[in-house]
Write a protein that binds this ligand. Sequence first.
Ligand code: AR6
Length: 180
Amino acid sequence: MSGPSWRAGQRELDLVLGDITRFAAEAIGNAANARLAGGGGVDGAIHRVGGPAIMEECRRIRGGCPTGQAVVTTAGNLPARYVIHAVGPVWRGGEAGEAGLLASAYENTLGLAAARGVRTLALPSISTGVYGYPLELAAPIALGTVADFLRQDSSLERVTFVLFNAETMAVYAKALEALT
Ligand code: AR6
């Protein structure tokens, strides 16, 4: 189900309710962990649907991926060319640099996508599941970071947040309204 969207010139930021593993985009963002070890949530779904080729490539990435950073792998069987694994912060109350790390996880994801000439990117709501980042605080950071990037970048045409449940969609929709 599609939700509201935001535009800057030819660039678009949309919200969609759904499962990111079924979404057609050139690159798909993952909410991974620093060991790139797989897990539950969106990470579990991406590895399950994408198949073992994604984990094989994750294992070859020495040192994993520090919090706030991102790495690219194949998308295996997913309808995308790349998966961009970003590691968001675990929520520790807000005084441990969480906001900066969350923004940086998105910025690095966007940077890797742009560097590969990706035009359409789907993103999950990083850190707001198992990692416990409060949705109301995460949504403006997620959307604001993508909007800032789209204002300057000329490679990405459309970034779509694929949100898994109605509550996440409602909070993101409100934050998107505040952005516009
Ligand atoms: N499509 C889109 N969004 C999804 C999907 C899906 N198929 N499945 C879940 N979500 P989480 P985190 C939403 O927990 O908080 C993993 O074990 C979910 O509703 O996946 O960054 C990793 O291995 C929520 O809104 O990621 C890490 O160890 C959002 O995705 C850890 O969890 C993020 O929730 C990362 O935790």
